[in-house]
Design a protein around this ligand. Structure first.
Ligand code: FE2
Length: 378
């Protein structure tokens, strides 16, 4: 264990019993489980009166109309790209009708978080039903498409690296969620046989699959239904994980860092799930809302799905906040007071942290909430 240097007035235990008249800021490396410096300040570091430059914290309201997708494949799948770097491309998905084709995305694993709507993720290994609050993972180049039975909205992370799960360390193999709660598809034999009959009765019928590679589309057309798998075995498959099956860890006497809520590991990016949980009610001196921090190594993009967001007001389901690496953020001034009266939070939000800077693309601009960076001062 590294022994810290201690200079001046500090809290003996981080996030508990701050020196009177101070706020605590955590400068953290590696997404808050690396090196750190706790600074006890006289002013909240978000008490700025002016910010000019690309690190300005931003917020977006995806309930507003976004610019349409880039090409007809993206548009047919209801995808609007709004942020990207070399590791991830983050889309808002709004889809009401099943596309006429299936997709094999040779550029990325696809990780969906369903915000609204129900339907089926149709894959070549079988179907997975979905509903709000569900994560769906499609491995790179596996055939899949969303088939909505209700208008569906989702956040889609295209991940250039494989989507995997974090090591649970001392929490053990079954903490946060038991791997047994992950669902994989079973071939729908009735549907496969019925489709085979259609192909036999209608030999002129055609089925289109679009392959993506290097951003370019290759159309492949079959005279039979492309979902003709009657059985499969293996270690890689489309997956479904419901956030209701994730059981967050918490301490009633210590505010755990966001890394405790990591659900997926990507290449140079992570996805965390902030879920309903108890607050720190076991010690009146323990912080109940996130400490002020600047995440030195990661940009932080949060999508708000459901509930009341305990760390700040003015944010509603369907909105996104974006806090670039190195710029401060933390609790809204009123949130700390409000949290003192609360024993729980009912928020459901997902956070996508990226090591390389995220570029917000043109489509995001139409949904931007003006002057979000000023909101801490009010
Ligand atoms: Fe943060």
């Amino acid at each position: 264990m590294d022994q810290p240097w201690i200079r001046g007035k500090v809290a003996r235990q981080a996030h508990v019993g701050l020196p009177p008249g101070t706020v605590e800021e955590e400068y953290g490396r590696s997404g808050f489980f690396g090196g750190y410096a706790h600074a006890y300040r006289l002013h909240a570091p978000v008490g700025w009166v002016e910010i000019d430059g690309p690190l300005k914290p931003r917020a977006y309201d995806l309930r507003r109309t976004l610019a349409p997708g880039q090409d007809d494949t993206q548009r047919a799948m209801g995808r609007t790209l709004f942020a990207e770097n070399d590791d991830v491309r983050i889309h808002h998905v709004r889809i009401e009708e099943t596309p006429s084709f299936w997709l094999r995305n040779g550029d990325a694993d696809e990780l969906f978080f369903i915000h609204k709507g129900r339907g089926i993720l149709s894959t070549e290994l079988g179907p997975l039903s979905y509903e709000p609050g569900v994560y769906l993972v499609v491995p790179r180049a596996m055939l899949a498409r969303l088939e909505p039975s209700e208008p569906t909205e989702a956040i889609l992370v295209e991940s250039a690296g494989a989507v995997s799960f974090p090591d649970r360390g001392m929490l053990g193999l079954h903490a946060l969620f038991d791997p047994a709660v992950i669902d994989v598809p079973t071939p729908d034999l009735d549907a496969v046989c019925a489709a085979a009959d259609v192909a036999q009765d209608q030999p002129e019928k055609r089925y289109e699959v679009r392959h993506l590679r290097g951003g370019e589309v290759t159309r492949v057309v079959y005279p039979f239904h492309p979902i003709d798998v009657v059985g499969w075995k293996g270690t890689t498959a489309p997956m479904r994980l419901h956030t209701k099956d994730i059981r967050p860890v918490l301490s009633e006497r210590y505010h755990l860092p966001p890394s405790a809520h990591t659900t997926f590991l990507l290449r140079d990016a992570v996805v965390c799930s902030f879920l309903p949980r108890g607050l720190e009610t076991g010690d009146p001196e323990a912080l109940r809302v996130p400490f002020f921090h600047s995440n030195a190594d990661y940009d932080e993009l949060i999508f708000y799905h459901e509930g009341t967001f305990f760390s700040r007001g003015g944010i509603e389901p369907g909105m996104i906040t974006m806090h670039p690496a190195g710029i401060h953020h933390g609790p809204h001034p009123k949130a700390a007071e409000r949290a003192k009266a609360q024993g729980r939070t009912d928020e459901v939000a997902i956070m996508i942290d990226t090591k390389k800077p995220l570029r917000m693309v043109h489509a995001a601009e139409s949904s931007e909430i003006a002057d979000y960076w000023k909101s801490w001062a009010t």
